[in-house]
Design a protein around this ligand. Structure first.
Ligand SMILES: [Zn+2]
Length: 316
């Protein structure tokens, strides 16, 4: 009996160790190559609010349905995903007009445009379009190097000119009293981040700018933490009932306040440590530990040292 127990205990321990090792490997592979499932799911839309639906995937795709027109927000990675997004939109559509816009120029958001049907009206903020022309293909190549599947999905991608552009905002009348206000407030995750406010739902399709318990992603010098905190402070007085982020689950309007609190605290704590003479590297480690303790259920906290470097550089 005792021997059996010891044997089983050692088996369990060995099994647990093997499982843990497998998990570690898997986690590392996922981090290096992006999410394991690059294809948008079919026949699985989630209803966010009366007129807003989402395909939950990489990234979440927003679909806004009015009586005469439908708006799709983001394309998925490459034309094959774009075709899935367009098909799901068609199933939900009441009218024949199809609008497409993109929250920013990164490939999983913009490089699936080629999968949309002819006659799709593509709209972008001027700043985002300029950024896409400067760096869009560079990102397509960078993503293509991450995995053979990404390469395959992005083969032959080109970006066409949008049919319409706007400076700060453009409101689309989708029919049946449904409107979508496409707007740009400045630099955050990229220079050209766009958001969409849907009425009468009071739903915000927020791209990367407002996420659900996820630390900000500042991938390069086109991102700005200062700009991001400023945008969140201007979103606070607007009242939203629902928020649909691109890389985290949909939530209530409280996500804006939650992000503002986290982002502004991180920025002010970093600046306090800078004032005390701490190096950016040291401050990054201090704040990583501090925020892990204070926000244990948040995603991507390992980005904090990089965010702190951004904050130091933005406040010389
Ligand atoms: Zn992005």
């Amino acid at each position: 009996m005792k021997m059996w127990r010891e044997l089983s205990r050692s088996c369990i321990t060995k099994f647990a160790a093997a499982a843990m090792f497998a998990c570690l490997i898997l986690a590392q592979a996922t981090r290096a190559q992006g999410p394991s499932n690059l294809m948008l799911p079919e026949n699985q839309v989630t209803r966010v609010s009366d007129h807003v639906y989402a395909i939950i995937g990489f990234p979440n795709i927003g679909i806004v349905v009015g009586d005469k027109a439908t708006l799709v927000v983001d394309t998925g990675l490459g034309p094959r995903n774009g075709a899935i997004a367009a098909r799901e939109a068609k199933k939900l559509s009441k009218g024949s007009m199809l609008y497409l816009t993109t929250t920013h120029y990164h490939p999983e958001h913009a490089a699936g445009e080629g999968g949309f049907p002819a006659g799709t009206i593509l709209i972008r903020p001027v700043v985002q379009q300029k950024e896409l022309e400067q760096r869009g293909m560079e990102f397509v190549e960078m993503f293509s190097d991450r995995s053979p599947q990404m390469k395959e999905l992005l083969t032959g991608v080109t970006f066409r000119k949008p049919d319409k552009t706007f400076n700060n905002e453009m409101t689309l009348d989708l029919g049946g009293g449904v409107t979508a206000r496409l707007f740009w407030m400045g630099q955050a995750h990229t220079k050209g981040d766009e958001m969409v406010e849907v009425k009468p739902d009071e739903t915000l399709i927020s791209g990367d700018v407002v996420q659900n318990k996820t630390a900000p992603n500042l991938p390069d010098e086109n991102a700005s933490m200062k700009g991001w905190v400023d945008i969140l402070s201007r979103l606070r007085p607007m009242k939203f009932n629902h928020v649909l982020p691109d890389h985290s689950p949909p939530g209530s309007g409280a996500l804006v306040e939650q992000d503002f609190e986290f982002f502004s605290r991180l920025q002010s704590r970093a600046l306090e440590l800078k004032k005390q003479g701490k190096s950016a590297d040291d401050a990054g480690q201090v704040l990583l530990a501090e925020f892990k303790a204070k926000y244990p259920d948040w995603q991507s906290l390992s980005a904090i040292p990089n965010i702190v470097k951004h904050i130091y550089a933005e406040h010389p």
